[in-house]
Ligand binder design. Sequence first.
Ligand SMILES: Cc1cc2nc3c(=O)[nH]c(=O)nc-3n(C[C@H](O)[C@H](O)[C@H](O)COP(=O)(O)O)c2cc1C
Length: 204
Amino acid sequence: MAPKIAIVYYSMYGHIAQLAQAEKKGIEEAGGTVDLYQIAETLPEEVLGKMHAPGPSKEVPLITPEILKTYDAFLFGIPTRFGTYSAQWKTFIDQLGQLWSTGSLHGKYFGVFIGTGTLGGGQELTAIQALSSWIHQGMIYVPLGYATTFATLADLSEARGGSPWGAGTFSGADGSRQPSAKEIELATAQGKSFYQTVAKVNFA
Ligand SMILES: Cc1cc2nc3c(=O)[nH]c(=O)nc-3n(C[C@H](O)[C@H](O)[C@H](O)COP(=O)(O)O)c2cc1C
């Protein structure tokens, strides 16, 4: 059976949402299908207003633990907060105790893609820290690696997010920078290689 894949992300200013679309494109180009879900907002309206956050898109449904159980593989889109998960993401993860105690996610696959403000702001650190939550669930990490992306990952001609841990983008200190062509290319390549890896698995 073809793997049932979901992209789950939180995006306050839309950068991670753009990478999610590129990941989706990559999965579809490789022959797969994928559903998109968002992590629920946890900050009060007043705080979101002060942060000039437009609020989550109405078009993408919210993920729940029950929905998570129905998929075989996931790409998780994570915007860095002080070098680690956003609180919105962590609030969702901390609702997964029951899935952990029943082994509901054990053996499922995941990859990560990351957003930071700047170079050195914690893309790889966030990816590494993200692993712990899913490793505890018994899930299998699929990195981006270098096999299909070495030329782009080794290209130092411009500032670019992304690493062998997963695609990534820089938003700039004020959020005005948008994902570059190379960052979108890496996210598409990640969607493709992620699908090619999980498509080899026999999901009963
Ligand atoms: C409270 C807060 C903490 C942040 N911490 C970091 C950080 O440690 N390093 C960094 O490079 N960017 C940091 N950022 C910038 C975000 O990572 C960036 O705005 C986000 O990845 C943009 O993605 P989005 O448009 O999908 O929300 C922070 C932003 C906020 C609001």
